[in-house]
Design a binder for this molecule. Structure first.
Ligand code: HAH
Length: 333
């Protein structure tokens, strides 16, 4: 690998703006270790702190992988964003069921939620600086408000408020976030706003909105990104971009013929990175963390989503972990 010592460090360039984060795994802290140490001062566990990873069986917590990532953060003076405590996905089935397979009652589910949150949050108390307490509870489809889920069906709408209360009881200093995707979409952003506002109106301890930022080279519109920031900021909370990537494909583009991104894709990507970081800098008083959902193009969840096995190139570092044009666009301003 060629020498990258003399390129600017992303997190140093942005030290007066916000933290710069990356989602990591036990593999990538090895394979991308040097890159992570140089450019990032915040990390998030891609999967290792999700419910199914830490409590696959009732009461049998597994923290080995999560601990590795925590230790990597601490050894390298990085913050850690906790992700995630309550979600409809990557959560173990046992949590929602009685022993005979019938749906667990509201009381049992809330007890399990409390036990889970208590154990996980207290383990990293004072070390994980913020948590995505509830992930993706809003429905994407136009008509309905909250997403259908076992949490909603078996507990009721207040499962969200309860999760925040339990998290706050476990670590009163952790910053607590509601996190969701399609956060810029005009219809969905109003619903996210409504949810967070209702939590604030009930004095529920919530401190921030996590905007996932899973975007692509064609969208969303910059005006929608800006409008979403303005709307959430009007709640008086901090904003984190929690899972940013810029896919080179439209969401419904199923093409699988490319073994490298085209010049045009890289051009559009660089232009978009430049434009969105310009907006981020403008709102640095409310945006306090920009986290990418990965670090370099050699590893991204988008290689398997939404098309399994199709390579994608969503970051500012390429498959050799070298800076792309996108990198230069965001470090020069
Ligand atoms: C995110 N969902 C999750 O928050 C994260 O935990 C996971 O590793 C990857 C992505 C995003 C998502 C989406 O963009 C579209 C449909 C469903 C979920």
């Amino acid at each position: 690998m060629t020498n990258r010592a003399n390129i600017p460090s992303l997190h140093e360039v942005y030290k007066d703006h916000f933290l710069i984060g990356a989602a990591v795994t036990p593999n990538t802290i090895q394979s991308q270790g040097d890159l992570l140490k140089k450019h990032f001062n915040s990390i998030t566990a891609e999967n290792e702190m999700k419910p199914v990873s830490v409590q696959p069986k009732e009461g049998q917590f597994q923290f080995e992988d999560a601990d590795k990532l925590m230790a990597f953060a601490e050894a390298n003076n990085m913050e850690l964003r906790g992700h995630t405590l309550v979600w409809h996905n990557q959560s173990p089935n046992w949590m929602f069921e009685n022993e005979d397979g019938t749906p667990a009652s509201r009381e049992l589910l809330l007890q399990r939620m409390k036990d889970h949150i208590d154990t996980v949050v207290k383990r990293y108390k004072g070390r994980i600086y913020c948590w995505d307490v509830v992930n993706e509870a809003i429905e994407d489809k136009r008509e309905s408000y909250l997403r259908e889920s076992k949490w909603l069906n078996q507990v009721g709408e207040d499962f969200i408020a309860k999760a925040f209360q339990f998290a706050h009881e476990a670590d009163e200093d952790a910053l607590l976030f509601y996190n969701d995707y399609n956060e810029s979409n005009p219809v969905k952003r109003e619903k996210i706003y409504k949810l967070v506002k209702s939590l604030l109106d009930q004095d529920i301890p919530i401190h921030g909105v996590g905007l996932q930022g899973h975007w692509n080279i064609h969208g969303p519109e910059l005006t929608d990104i800006r409008a979403a920031i303005e709307l959430y900021a009007s709640l008086g909370l901090k904003l984190h971009y929690t899972e940013m990537d810029i896919s080179v494909f439209n969401h419904d583009d199923k093409r699988t013929d490319l073994s490298a991104p085209t010049e045009e894709m890289l051009e559009l990507q660089a232009q978009r990175y430049e434009q969105v970081f310009e907006i981020f800098r403008e709102y640095k008083d409310v945006i306090t963390n920009i986290t990418f959902w990965g670090a370099a193009d050699d590893y991204t969840w988008l290689d398997n989503f939404p098309v399994r096995g199709r390579k994608n190139w969503p970051f500012v570092f390429d498959t050799n972990q070298q800076p792309k044009e996108s990198f230069w666009k965001i470090v020069k301003f």
